[in-house]
Write a protein of this length. Structure first.
Length: 363
């Protein structure tokens, strides 16, 4: 893909060899509501509401286009449920959570949720989505291998090769769409009376006993199903599936499937000279999300625009542009849905027997 970008950057120079001037068409445009929400079974409804902006004006900060004085109604299965309440977040801190409209209603699988927004200046926006049913993970087989240990004056760092065969069975009656996430839950540190010298400034501090597992990301290249969205020419140009965790059942419809999940840069940090058992209970949580078709189409269009061959052509004026998919009436935003099944793998059996280096804070 890098080669493609290099080639495409020269094509317009070959086709256009004349002067140009900035042109701003005298078009009357009116901002409309942009509604975004990812509805999750078992969690209250949240909606982000902004308005569209003119591209030539430059990209604004999200808080500058936020719509705070709209009315948003929530419906479930055709019945009015509630008016959502605006939560401004922390307006003085741009790094804080963004403003949202919150509801108290908690969607369940098979619920049809409809959101209707109205604003006196920006008009109306509405969208509906059916909550998908969660798909259980039937079995997870861990493949964890110790590869290296790096001791220091007060902590041991282990490198682990970590993978999971995650099995599930796709229901064959309908088209289904999925996403996968992996997270870590580590035990709380235990305060200690160990005083250690910290390099390079040789300061001394008390360091808690701890067992802490972490990883960088999922290796999407090692599971073929994460590449199903790549076209033949994407494969030819060596486009990557990196970071794209969405897939459909077009290859596995009605079948059981062993999903290969491999983690990159897996490390386990341990400061536990007294071998405190509770500190070895780090957990890996594998989440299989059943998602709405609209969510899948939205994420696929985002990938095409930002990473796909078609998007590269469109961005360089050599093909029709690809538009971001929307199921909102204004054509701006996405109201998506997901239901999540989780499977927890306790790592204690794998990290408890790691080759431990004797703790010596004087080294």
């Amino acid at each position: 893909m890098a080669i493609l970008k290099y080639i495409l950057s020269f094509i317009p120079l070959l086709l256009l060899c004349s002067c140009y001037t900035d042109f701003e068409p005298a078009l009357e445009t009116k901002p409309v509501l942009c509604m975004n929400s990812l509805l999750t079974s078992g969690e209250p409804v949240e909606v982000s509401l902004t308005h569209t902006w003119r591209f030539s004006a430059g990209k604004p900060d999200n808080r500058d286009i936020n719509v705070a004085d709209a009315d948003i109604e929530g419906y479930a299965n055709g019945r009015f449920i509630e008016n959502l309440v605006y939560d401004p977040g922390d307006a003085d801190d741009k790094n804080s959570r963004q403003p949202v409209y919150r509801g108290q209603f908690v969607p369940s699988p098979d619920d049809q949720i409809e959101l209707r927004a109205h604003h006196p200046s920006y008009g109306e926006a509405f969208a509906s989505v059916v909550m998908p049913r969660p798909l259980p993970i039937t079995k997870v087989t861990p493949d964890i291998e110790f590869t290296n240990c790096l001791p220091s004056s007060y902590i041991n760092t282990y490198t682990l090769k970590t993978g999971f065969i995650t099995e599930f069975t796709d229901p064959g009656e309908t088209d289904n769409y999925y996403t996968v996430e992996v997270s870590v839950k580590n035990p709380k540190p235990i305060p200690s009376d160990v005083l250690v010298t910290i390099w390079p400034d040789n300061t001394q501090k008390y360091v808690d006993y701890t067992g802490n597992y972490q990883f960088d990301r999922i290796d999407f290249e090692r599971e073929p199903i994460f590449s199903e969205h790549l076209s033949n020419i994407d494969h030819l140009l060596d486009s990557s599936a990196w970071g794209y965790s969405f897939f459909s059942d077009q290859q596995i419809n009605g079948k059981s499937y062993p999903l290969q999940i491999h983690l990159i840069d897996c490390l386990y940090y341990v400061l536990n000279p007294k071998h405190i058992e509770s500190l070895y209970h780090s957990e890996i949580i594998i989440s299989l999300g059943s998602i709405s078709a609209d969510y899948y189409k939205y994420m696929l269009s985002m990938w095409k625009v930002n990473s796909g061959f078609e998007g590269e052509l469109g961005n360089n004026g050599l093909a029709d542009p690809i538009f971001i998919y929307s199921n909102v009436s204004t054509g701006a935003g996405i109201v998506a849905a997901r239901s999540v099944s989780k499977y927890t793998v306790d790592l204690s059996d794998y990290v408890r027997d790691l080759p431990y280096q004797d703790f010596n804070p004087t080294k």
